[in-house]
Design a protein around this ligand. Structure first.
Ligand SMILES: NC(=O)c1ccc[n+]([C@@H]2O[C@H](COP(=O)([O-])OP(=O)(O)OC[C@H]3O[C@@H](n4cnc5c(N)ncnc54)[C@H](OP(=O)(O)O)[C@@H]3O)[C@@H](O)[C@H]2O)c1
Length: 342
């Protein structure tokens, strides 16, 4: 059995789901994967709890954000640097929100964790959009591992398909439906609803964020595309390199016209290799029934990799909520710790 320390940064929706999942999966992790994951630190923006020698953090499975901050063991001002210095290196699991332009503060914390010999996993798109290549390089230099499945569509295993299942093939282009909210809205508009009606339904069903601006403007899909594309094509493009056009009121008419012709409008994220460089775009596009992503409807997401030797390979689905994201972080940890090999 391998015993590994886990330090968690972020105790919001994803962080709490991750804590619950660790408790729920303890027996199967031990039995099937030979892993004993010890949760030694949980941190939020205000401080956190660091377990002492020979103990785990107290049971937080039922706690909300304020429950953590109000816990008698909570140390105000405790920061990731102190935790990373004080514990024996294991896995640093990061799930805060950082902007894609700078990636901070997560970028600095991830760099520090890797340089101190920790493996790292993240669900946070910000540090990946800013410098995923640098983080992967830092992990290689330190002899540790760095994975970020949850950042490219929660439980949708897009990055893993590209990295492992298509090994040896040349990926020539990527097309994806990478945002569930916009896909839901477009699906409803194709059935005759207005933009406002469809967005209101997405809000009612808890699919759309309280402020869905980043989704409907195409920015969330653009960041996910950028992360996937940089990973697949080994580039370090920045968010400003993605041509982005989101949904607008006019899209409702387009969606209705497309439906009448047996087609669908999708917010299509594309990365296409041209002349040794990748062209990146996110915009509404008309798909006909033969397109591999035609059937990806509602809040579902999907991605197709077009390759030279394996044809077009599509993956779709995967839970797109905090539990799905936490499960993708756990998968990354299992894969990093090496208990499953082909
Ligand atoms: N929600 C999903 O379904 C989902 C799916 C895939 C990926 N993600 C990504 O996962 C990440 C977390 O999402 P979430 O929904 O859990 O967010 P959230 O509910 O807003 O929680 C954010 C957490 O990060 C902490 N935090 C914020 N700024 C911090 C800082 N500077 N230093 C340390 N901690 C800080 C907050 O601390 P306080 O409690 O003190 O404010 C809070 O615990 C995001 O990057 C998101 O894009 C989310």
């Amino acid at each position: 059995m391998t015993t590994t320390n886990v330090a968690l940064l972020g105790f919001g929706n994803v962080g709490r789901a991750f804590v619950r999942l660790l408790a729920e999966k303890r027996a199967s992790l031990a039995g099937r994967d030979g892993l004993d994951l010890r949760l030694k630190a949980v941190l939020c923006a205000r401080g956190g709890i660091l377990a002492g020698e020979g103990e785990d953090v107290p049971d937080l499975a039922g706690a909300d954000r304020e429950g953590l901050a109000g816990h008698p063991r909570f140390e105000r001002g405790l920061n990731p640097g102190a935790v990373l210095r004080r514990l024996k290196p294991g896995v640093f699991a990061e799930c805060i929100s950082s902007p894609p332009e700078t990636g901070e503060p997560a970028l600095g914390h991830l760099r520090e964790a890797l340089s101190r010999g920790w493996h790292a996993v993240t669900a946070d798109k910000g540090p990946l959009a800013a410098d995923a290549g640098g983080l992967r390089e830092a992990a290689r230099a330190a002899g540790t591992g760095f994975r970020f499945s949850a950042a490219t569509g929660a439980a949708l295993p897009a990055a893993d398909i590209a990295l492992f299942s298509l090994a040896g093939a040349e990926i020539e282009s990527i097309q994806g439906i990478l945002n569930g909210t916009t896909n839901f809205v477009l699906t409803r508009m194709g059935r005759g609803e207005s933009y406002e009606e469809a967005l209101a339904a997405a809000r009612r069903l808890g699919i759309a964020e309280p402020d869905p601006t980043r989704d409907v403007e195409g920015l969330d899909a653009a960041v996910k595309l950028l992360i996937l594309s940089n990973l697949v094509f080994g580039e370090s493009r920045q968010i400003g390199d993605v041509r982005v056009r989101g949904l607008s009121a006019a899209t409702a008419d387009e969606a209705r016209r497309a439906a009448a012709a047996g087609r669908k409008i999708k917010l299509l994220a594309s990365a296409v290799r041209r002349g040794g460089r990748t062209e990146l775009s996110v915009e509404p596009a008309v798909l006909d029934a033969g397109h591999p992503l035609f059937g990806v409807d509602g809040a579902e997401k999907g991605v197709t990799f077009f390759t030279d030797t394996m044809g077009a390979v599509t993956v779709s689905g995967g839970k797109s909520d905090p539990r799905g994201a936490a499960a993708a972080m756990l998968k990354d940890i299992i894969l990093l710790l090496g208990s499953r090999r082909p």
